[in-house]
Design a protein around this ligand. Structure first.
Ligand code: SAH
Length: 228
């Protein structure tokens, strides 16, 4: 998988993506990325990429020319995504769809200021994508969320292979059951007996029941979603 990342803060990459399993996958070239500094395509020698908003109001808007030049400089763009609170909210099912074709390239536009000129979205075939109902100061963290959630699903990234992704929250049709490791007694708190029993059928039933209860209590919307 390849990602072209358009940003005015190239130093933010690989950032968190350089650590842990995703970082190791980067070293192994299971995924690759190029950072394109939008300022390299600024409209003047001062590096300007933004301007005041037509119609008035506070906050600057990213001008179309530098962004267009940055996009045009990329040979293989693949699908273009602009991170924006206005897009559909990313979820695990969408991540699965994004990685379905592991040879895909994604071009990721990280907005800053109030966002980008609408004509960029209209001119190119761009999908808007949100990572949640809150406002970030820039799209860079959203891009890292996107890349991380995709890459961990690629082959040979997680230790247990597909086993360690299939068992996770959202993948199991709800939220994960409580997790326990050694020691079996800690500060007087015991690990549930069933988990020490070695009885796989009972363990599986307990986990399913815990998962169902927690999902019903915390995220009833997920249950409705699964029934669709
Ligand atoms: N004026 C915009 C918010 C701009 S925040 C609005 O009201 O909708 C600046 C940039 O941060 C955006 O251009 C976008 O790229 C990024 N961003 C902020 N919140 C985001 C979110 N929830 N999901 C994805 N990207 C986000």
């Amino acid at each position: 998988m390849h990602f072209n990342i358009l940003t005015i803060f190239p130093e933010m990459f690989p950032g968190t993506l350089g650590a842990g399993v995703v970082g190791r996958a980067l070293e192994k070239k299971i995924w690759t990325y190029d950072v394109i500094n939008i300022r390299d395509f600024a409209i003047n020698n001062y590096g300007s990429v933004d301007d005041e908003q037509f119609g008035g109001g506070n906050g600057m808007v990213m001008r179309p020319e530098p962004l267009a030049a940055a996009i045009d400089s990329i040979k293989n763009r693949g699908k273009i995504i602009y991170f924006s609170p206005r897009g559909p909210r990313l979820n695990q099912k969408m991540v699965r769809e994004f990685v379905a074709d592991t040879n895909t390239t994604y071009t990721l536009i990280c907005g800053r200021y109030e966002g980008i000129d609408q004509r960029i979205i209209d001119e190119y075939d761009i999908m808007e994508l949100s990572i949640g109902d809150y406002i970030l100061s820039g799209g860079e963290i959203a891009a890292e969320v996107f890349v991380d959630s995709c890459v961990r699903l690629l082959d040979n990234v997680l230790h247990g292979g597909s086993e360690s992704t299939d068992n996770e929250s959202f993948e199991i049709g709800g939220l994960e059951w409580p997790l326990y490791t050694r020691p079996s007694v800690w500060r007087g708190r015991n690990v549930p007996e069933v988990l020490l029993s070695g009885h796989h059928g009972n363990i599986e039933r307990w986990r399913k029941q815990q998962s169902d209860e927690i999902t019903k209590e915390r995220r009833p919307d997920l249950i409705k979603e699964n029934k669709k």
